[in-house]
Design a binder for this molecule. Structure first.
Ligand code: EAX
Length: 324
């Protein structure tokens, strides 16, 4: 009897294996809505992977934090319970400390600067560093320049941030920056943010126009100031459990699909950046576009940069700043 059962089990396993080798399912997780720039990136990844593999891989998008927050999902990749994740680099510093450099406030001058850095030598080095942490870095992607929203008042100077309970990402550099600018930073996983804003657990948050739009934060936030205090990169990651099981050719497909994903995401960021302010206004937000950034910059940099430089020195910062 035991023997019969065992062979039934192995037959099922075999059948499963055959089905899997005919078409392997790859789940692509992210925290944003199915209409977000990450969703556009996930769909581009899936389309490219299916095309390159002639349908040997079938992708499936798991949006909106269905699989957890960004930190949870990265942990899932490490143990092989998830396949591919598109995440901001916010939580990455907890896994690959070198990434903390990217989240320094007022480091990148504009989108062109950020994209050149991430597409060049520095981006490649960081992607390579990911493999030291039981993860696979497929491509650098994009979230966008972050801006402060809140339910209390218009923000035009750091004094206006005083005492504001502000949700930040789970990132030591971001927390230090907001403490320096006078707010009370509260780190939180993204899937909890809307509810926390709605219930008044926090007064505000900061995210790119892309995320504010995709998350309909205008339903719970009346004010936004285009502080552009930090550029938020994203990264397309794979599980080493999956990636190491692939042939070299298949690994190449995953990398190419991730690059297509990043390109599609950036194009969507560009579109939302040009239309976003109007969209926020038409949904009832008061948008302050012009502020003197200097006092924000001074306080944020003074507080946050040492969190990085005390540990890693300033070489990476200087290299990033030197990219034309
Ligand atoms: O990656 O946690 C955040 O605020 C991120 O910007 C968002 O989830 C997109």
């Amino acid at each position: 009897m035991k023997h019969v059962l065992l062979s039934a089990v192995s037959a099922a396993a075999l059948l499963g294996a055959t089905a899997a080798s005919a078409q392997q399912r790859v789940v692509v997780g992210h925290t944003l809505s199915p209409t977000s720039h990450y969703a556009v990136g996930a769909q581009a990844f899936i389309a490219k992977l299916e095309e390159l593999s002639g349908g040997a891989f079938a992708g499936e998008e798991a949006p909106a934090g269905q699989l957890g927050g960004e930190r949870d999902m990265i942990e899932g990749l490490q143990i092989g319970s998830l396949d591919v994740v598109i995440t901001s680099t916010g939580p990455m510093g907890n896994f690959v400390p070198e990434f903390l450099a990217l989240d320094l406030p007022f480091l990148f001058r504009d989108y062109d600067h950020a994209r050149r850095v991430l597409d060049g030598e520095i981006g490649q080095e960081l992607l390579a560093a990911v493999s030291g942490s039981n993860l696979v870095g497929l491509a650098m992607s994009e979230n966008g320049f972050r801006h402060v929203t809140n339910s209390q008042r218009p923000i035009t100077s750091p004094a206006d941030l005083g005492g504001l309970k502000l949700r930040t990402m789970e990132n030591a550099v971001h927390m230090a920056a907001f403490e320096g600018m006078g707010a009370s930073p509260t780190p939180m996983a993204f899937p909890e943010v809307f509810g926390a804003l709605q219930q008044g657990v926090v007064d505000g948050q900061e995210n790119p126009i892309t995320v504010i739009t995709a998350s309909r934060f205008w339903e719970v936030q009346g004010h936004v100031t285009l502080t552009g205090h930090v550029y938020s990169p994203a990264v397309v990651l794979a599980s080493p459990v999956l990636f190491d099981s692939l042939t070299e050719e298949q690994q190449g497909w995953f990398i190419e699909a991730a690059q297509a994903s990043a390109a599609a995401t950036r194009a969507e960021v560009d579109r939302l950046e040009s239309e976003g302010v109007e969209l926020l206004r038409s949904n009832g937000m008061e948008v302050i576009t012009e502020i003197d950034r200097a006092p924000f910059q001074e306080l944020a940099a003074e507080a946050a940069w040492p969190v990085y430089t005390d540990r890693f020195g300033s070489e990476m910062i200087e290299r990033i700043l030197a990219v034309e």
